[in-house]
Design a protein around this ligand. Structure first.
Ligand SMILES: Nc1ncnc2c1ncn2[C@@H]1O[C@H](COP(=O)(O)OP(=O)(O)OP(=O)(O)O)[C@@H](O)[C@H]1O
Length: 349
């Protein structure tokens, strides 16, 4: 599609996308807001009214797109299945890479709108002919970790008005422009469809009898306590095990077929020097494969390991970690960085 000054903005009704609408309009874009109906807790649709009201105040069109069935199949079903398989799912990464941004692109194409925008705290940069996501300026809000899977066709059309701002500044802008509800709204916490403990969500959504209590074992195979069912535990988990020995204990391994959870008292026993990725995306493989200066992150915050990435004959990526890394769980995402630039990522096997 040819570039024009139209932009389709994903609007959740929250602070960031509301301020994004203001800033895009200030910058001279013809903004259309769109709110996806992904998941509505207890049928609450207040967010739709908030987004519609804001668009009305700004005098811009507002669209609503019902993606609940898609979200149920691609995200919620996957989320439950992953825990039931003893893995650790990454619903926000999948939603962004496979649902939210592709839907924005699809609907923008239908409407003849070139630019695609959200209130994500990230920037983008073109290097050697390739577009990359780079970290947002507000280190506490940076969301680059979730966006490694986007293709060039989306990256080149992205507008990211939050990238250079801090959340504090964004709230100030909302308040100064009279959008008090948006200014005061609390930050969303965790996964949108289960902001509470995911165990409560699983209990409510998995048919009775499918999650059954079992035993914790130590590394020598001795029973050391009872657990409530393997899907309620994740690799590296330390709290909430319900075993009271006078030392810290960690979940080392989950064996779904036997409903066993293996516990270790030694964090080093959870360390690994390598991992394998499937469903990966590398923006420019030439600047990742075989290089010594690639950083891999498997957590949103506070972790960054150097690694060497190799493509195997079976099309998986092999990640050789230069320093050992603890608590690598299958199903989690791994994102590659050089400095602030996201080079790609994948799903840990
Ligand atoms: N239901 C939705 N419909 C359309 N776009 C959405 C929706 N939910 C999120 N987005 C877009 O994705 C961005 C990032 O989503 P996330 O849930 O991480 O946001 P957030 O930090 O809570 O932002 P906000 O303050 O805008 O709600 C949002 O700023 C918004 O542009």
């Amino acid at each position: 599609m040819k570039e024009n000054n139209k932009v389709l903005l994903g609007m959740s009704g929250g602070t960031d996308s509301s301020v994004a609408a203001l800033l895009l309009q200030d910058a001279g874009y013809k903004v259309t807001g769109i709110t996806f109906r992904f998941f509505e807790k207890d049928g609450n649709t207040e967010y739709l009214d908030d987004a519609r009201d804001l668009c009305c105040t700004l005098g811009i069109p507002h669209l609503i797109y019902d993606a609940r069935k898609m979200f149920q199949e691609k995200i919620i079903h996957y989320f439950i299945q992953e825990y039931m398989a003893g893995r650790t799912p990454v619903p926000c990464t999948l939603c962004n890479n496979y649902l939210k941004w592709p839907l924005l692109q699809q609907i923008a194409d239908e409407k003849g709108i070139y630019h695609l925008a959200t209130g994500h705290y990230v920037n983008k940069q073109k290097i050697d002919g390739y577009w990359y996501i780079t970290c947002g300026n507000d280190a506490d809000k940076d969301q680059s970790f979730f966006l490694w899977g986007l293709p060039q066709s989306i990256l080149e059309r992205m507008c990211l008005p939050m990238g250079g701002l801090t959340k504090t500044r964004v709230r100030e802008i909302a308040a100064a422009r009279g959008f008090l509800k948006a200014a005061k709204r609390r930050d969303s916490l965790g996964v949108c469809f289960c902001p509470m403990d995911y165990r409560t969500f699983l209990k409510a959504h998995v048919p009775e009898g499918e999650i059954i209590p079992g035993n914790f074992y130590d590394e020598q195979g001795q029973k050391i306590g009872k657990h409530e069912g393997y899907p309620f535990y994740t690799i590296g988990q330390r709290r909430g095990l319900g075993i009271h020995l006078n030392k810290a204990l960690f979940v080392k391994e989950i064996i779904p077929q036997e409903n066993k959870v293996i516990i270790s008292d030694n964090l080093h026993a959870l360390e690994k020097n390598e991992m394998y990725l499937t469903h990966w995306n590398l923006i420019n493989p030439d600047v990742v494969l075989g290089h010594e200066d690639v950083i891999v992150k498997i957590r949103y915050r506070k972790q960054a390991n150097r690694c060497t990435v190799t493509l195997l004959d079976d099309q998986r990526l092999h990640i050789q970690l230069h320093e050992p890394l603890a608590s690598i769980a299958s199903g989690q995402a791994a994102a590659f960085y050089r400095g602030n630039t996201v080079l790609g990522g994948g799903i840990i096997e």
